[in-house]
Design a protein around this ligand. Sequence first.
Ligand code: THU
Length: 163
Amino acid sequence: MEDSNKQNTSLITQQKGELLSKQSIVSRSVVKNLIRAAIEGMEKAYTPYSQFQVGAALLTKEQKIYTGCNIENAAYTPTNCAERTAFFKAISEGERNFAAIAVVGGKNGVLTDYTPPCGVCRQVMREFVDPRRFLVIVAKSEEDYLLYFLEELLPLGFGPEHL
Ligand code: THU
């Protein structure tokens, strides 16, 4: 079995012993639509310093899509990643229920490799989703992608329930 296929069909143990497959959360056609939206989002990236363009597309449980791009800054640290842009757009519109996010990126917008979300973005996601169910799709194209539960990317994450 191809590596990406193994990753995408693997099962993860849920709370209460339930098993959930990644592809059962979002169908292949929804994954493709999300990746396409992430690529469109990437085209708006503001990256005068790194030229590394990133796009994200966040899917709500009601099937609405919010896109985001990275927004850089001359002082560097205020830079906002594409994933956080998408989340903050959605949260500021009142959305609270999310199913998945697709992320694409590359130098000058050329998708030569997968672009996994940075640690800060993983933590921002952790605030608003169930890490055992929320899917992170990292893609090189509509056909070439990896699926992860947030729990796999941020194990033992600190969340609102810890306070
Ligand atoms: N970047 C993102 O937008 N998302 C990530 O998860 C990784 C990094 C952006 C930030 C910066 O504008 C550029 O990529 C290079 O780090």
